[in-house]
Design a protein around this ligand. Structure first.
Ligand code: UDP
Ligand code: MG
Length: 314
């Protein structure tokens, strides 16, 4: 028998998908002879997800259920799962089965060959609206640039060695971006392509507003370049100042200094907006720093359900 695999399934209002995911995983991993446990993380669902998770933990094979006191977001759910998984190798996947369970077997075999991180990369982006495709495309272009890694088709579907999980758990920041942090830690990595499936039940949890917030926060989390733009903006304005200043002085000394009132208005408006935007960027980083120094926990767990396999568990 091989080493134990922990599969983390973050779930928010997924009551219909829990059992399906559990059955699919037990079937696929059972047939491949991979010993495993499932870590369900209920991210403060408001439907019956937690009840279904408790039942799944009682009846199914080895599993752990974690219930958050409220919705903390998928990133927090992934990190709670990592903290509670005890396998020698750990996988993270969506519990709506958009990440095919069969790919886990392929990933596991690669891990057995010595790869420490197996990254699931989307072969195509699945069915998404044009606006979503374009904005996601732009976001991942920026993220690829700032992280120096190719994030274009990155996903949260990954398998990691215990070493990598422990390294991720030592990172102190509150505002995590799992997809990029798992590359940031380094290690021997290999890529596996997978086709994104259609969601069987329920709806996607992403709204346009949530996506914009997510994008801004992750960009700020990985680069301070926008702060440098403030300095570059200042230099650009300084250049304009030199040119306009020269012109103004020439006019003054040649005795024709009265006109140019529109230029003054335009300049005041322009400089005013540049200053306000710059303050906004600085303010955004300030708020992120404030969030981090408060040192609040990433999530609060209200209940845990556990089932260990008889004979080998606690
Ligand atoms: N999810 C979560 N907390 C949230 C939102 C989503 O744990 O606040 C989980 C969700 O249950 C699913 C996964 O994250 O297992 C991906 O979410 P979703 O399918 O809504 O995203 P999409 O596939 O549309 O990117
Ligand atoms: Mg999904």
């Amino acid at each position: 028998m091989g080493a134990k695999l922990s599969v983390i399934l973050p779930a928010y209002n997924e009551e219909k998908m829990i059992r399906k995911a559990q059955e699919a995983l037990n079937k696929v991993l059972g047939e491949a002879g991979i010993p495993h446990e499932i870590v369900f993380v209920d991210d403060g669902s408001t439907d019956g997800t937690w009840e279904v998770v408790c039942r799944a933990c009682e009846e199914g094979a080895e599993s752990v259920g974690i219930h958050f006191s409220r919705n903390f977001g998928k990133e927090a759910a992934i990190f709670a799962g990592l903290a509670h998984a005890d396998g020698a190798v750990v996988a993270v996947m969506d519990c709506d089965l958009q990440h095919p369970p069969e790919t886990l077997v392929e990933m596991y075999r690669l891990w057995e060959q010595g790869y420490e991180i197996v990254e699931g990369v989307k072969a195509s982006r699945g069915r998404e609206s044009l606006a979503h495709k374009c904005s996601a495309g732009l976001f991942y272009k920026i993220m690829s640039k700032v992280t120096g890694m190719d994030m274009q088709n990155a996903s949260d579907f990954k398998m990691m060695d215990r070493k990598v999980v422990d390294a991720l758990l030592t990172l102190p920041e509150r505002n995590t971006f799992f997809r990029a942090l798992s590359s940031w830690v380094g290690y021997k990595t290999v890529i596996v392509k997978f086709e994104v499936r259609e969601r069987e039940e329920g709806v996607s949890k992403w709204s346009a507003k949530a996506l914009i917030k997510y994008a801004m926060s992750n960009i700020a989390g990985f680069t301070s370049f926008p702060l440098q733009i403030v300095a570059f903006g200042g230099l650009a304005v300084l250049t304009v100042t030199v040119v306009l200043g020269g012109q103004t002085l020439v006019k003054y000394f040649s005795g024709s200094a009265i006109e140019g009132f529109s230029t003054v208005i335009l300049l005041i408006l322009f400089i005013g907006s540049v200053i306000m935007i710059s303050l906004g960027i600085i303010g955004y980083y300030l708020s992120k720093i404030y969030d981090e120094i408060k040192q609040r926990p990433r999530y609060i767990i209200s209940e845990i359900a556990k089932k260990k396999d008889e004979g080998k568990g606690e």
